[in-house]
Design a binder for this molecule. Structure first.
Ligand SMILES: *Cc1c(COP(=O)(O)O)cnc(C)c1O
Length: 462
């Protein structure tokens, strides 16, 4: 299995190198040169497998022999053993052909654990084999930071630095990061906003000369292919439970950076009968505007009750655009550099029509999210988090084939976002058992000015 860059110039790499690289040299994103495909018969043979065994079957072709099967199996087993629900990704039925798949039973209560539990272990394994050290550096506005820390904390080969905007993440989110006291975990509160944090991270990746020799910088945001790979699995898991390969299934996905839903698109490319993929956004609706009007245009950032989807542009969308341009890296390089200047992309009408046959979209504002949470709770007793609520509302407002099951991905546990629950007129839920003492635990983090040299010096001196 080889990986190529969406901008045509970056070196072709194998899985291990893509895992360590993050972004390609030409600024593009890595994608498989061609997808492994599963026949209906093969898909049928996966029915009933426990989640970790299914994960091994789906992930193995993407790893392409660069990690021994028994080692890969062990890492997958360990990753999903950390989940508190036996089914790992349980389905709940909300109504006729309406389902949610709960992706929040991992250690940090959001779907990001599915990829980052495995990513931490994969990195540790590859670095151990190569006898190398790496620095994981990332910025977080909430869920990514804690999931990455949980995934990396046990590695002797990794130091992890996570930047969050000082006093601008929720207390649960901050404490999930800062109460992890392992010596390789470094939380930094930057006196600035999330964009300042992100900007400093990007600059560190662009000029890595401040790092000691033989140390690499590794990206853990969703531009890293390994994250997409791990997320493909639960699309198979849900579809198999609802009758695939003999019954098609649709998915509604709360979307920010287009990582999670892109994994569903890949699952379909591998042969899974996915009928529709629904992009559910909050007021940060660049993707909704694209799917409605063929107008992908950067606008200002809105703060919403679903903060993990508060983005201006979607970093993984380039991977879909690449396919929409017949995988022409040269055309993509031009398109993306034009986007840098104009902040706007419009694609060929035929390609846009074709992609709309698969994707649909819906936008929900905060009021609609709260109404959805409260109505759903009244009707069914089910408590959805505000991200999940955008997905549920999408399935209710769009016209979908009634005979096709629709699965909304429940991307976070409602306890992480009590503000929205309270605004919906409901009681904030209690912390799960393994977190009940979260507010008594010791915290550790450093506060730094919004200043690149200070950050580089901090990383150097650690
Ligand atoms: C990260 C996140 C999302 C958005 O996922 P993308 O892959 O960026 O589309 C949605 N919901 C929650 C709770 C998240 O943490």
């Amino acid at each position: 299995m080889k990986y190529i860059s969406t901008r045509g110039q970056g070196q072709t790499k194998d899985f291990q190198d893509v895992l360590l690289a993050g972004l390609a040299d030409d600024g593009g994103l890595y994608v498989p040169e061609s997808l492994p495909t599963f026949s209906a018969e093969k898909i049928r043979s996966l029915k009933g497998l426990p989640y970790n065994q299914l994960a091994f079957e789906i992930i193995k072709p993407f790893v392409g022999g660069t990690i021994a099967d028994d080692k890969l199996k062990q890492m997958i087993d360990e990753s999903y053993d950390e989940f508190s629900h036996q089914a790992v990704a349980p389905l709940q039925q909300l109504g006729n052909n309406q389902w949610v798949m709960e992706l929040f039973h991992g250690p940090t209560l959001a779907f990001k654990d599915f990829a980052l539990q495995l990513l931490g272990r994969l990195l540790n394994h590859v670095l151990t084999e190569r006898n190398e050290k790496a620095v994981v550096l990332g910025a977080t506005s909430g869920d990514t930071g804690s999931a990455a820390i949980e995934g990396c904390r046990h590695s002797d080969h990794l130091d992890i630095f996570i930047l969050h905007p000082y006093q601008r993440v929720s207390e649960v989110q901050r404490r999930q990061m800062t109460t992890v006291l392992d010596s390789n975990v470094h939380n930094i509160a930057i006196q600035g906003n999330f964009d300042d944090c992100q900007d400093m991270v990007k600059k560190c990746f662009a000029d890595q000369s401040f790092l000691p020799e033989n140390t690499r910088l590794v990206a853990v945001n969703s531009i890293n292919w390994a994250r997409i790979m791990a997320q493909i699995v639960y699309y198979f898991h849900a579809a198999l439970m609802l009758g695939a390969p003999d019954q098609p299934v649709s998915f509604s996905v709360p979307t920010g950076n287009f990582g999670d839903i892109f994994a569903g698109y890949i699952a379909r490319g591998m042969g899974l009968p996915v009928e529709r993929l629904i992009v559910a956004t909050n007021n940060n609706d660049i993707l909704h505007r694209f799917f409605q009007n063929n107008d992908y245009r950067k606008e200002t950032l809105h703060q919403t009750l679903s903060p993990s989807m508060d983005i201006m542009v979607s970093s993984n969308f380039e991977r879909l655009l690449f396919d929409m341009h017949n995988r022409d890296g040269g055309a993509m390089a031009e398109l993306m550099s034009a986007f840098q200047e104009t902040g706007n992309i419009r694609v060929d009408d035929e390609a846009w029509q074709a992609i709309k046959a698969l994707f649909d979209s819906s936008r929900s504002d905060d009021q609609q999210v709260c109404d959805t949470i409260s109505t759903l709770h009244k009707k069914t007793g089910y408590l959805a988090d505000p991200h999940t609520a955008t997905g549920i509302r999408a399935t209710e407002t769009l016209e979908l084939a009634r005979e096709t099951p629709v699965v909304t991905l429940a991307t976070a546990h409602p306890v992480k976002f009590p503000d929205a629950i309270v605004k919906a007129g409901l009681d904030a839920p209690a912390l799960p058992v393994h977190m009940t003492d979260l507010f008594e635990r010791e915290e550790r983090y450093d506060i730094l000015e919004n200043d690149l040299p200070s950050l580089k010096a901090f990383i150097q001196n650690t």
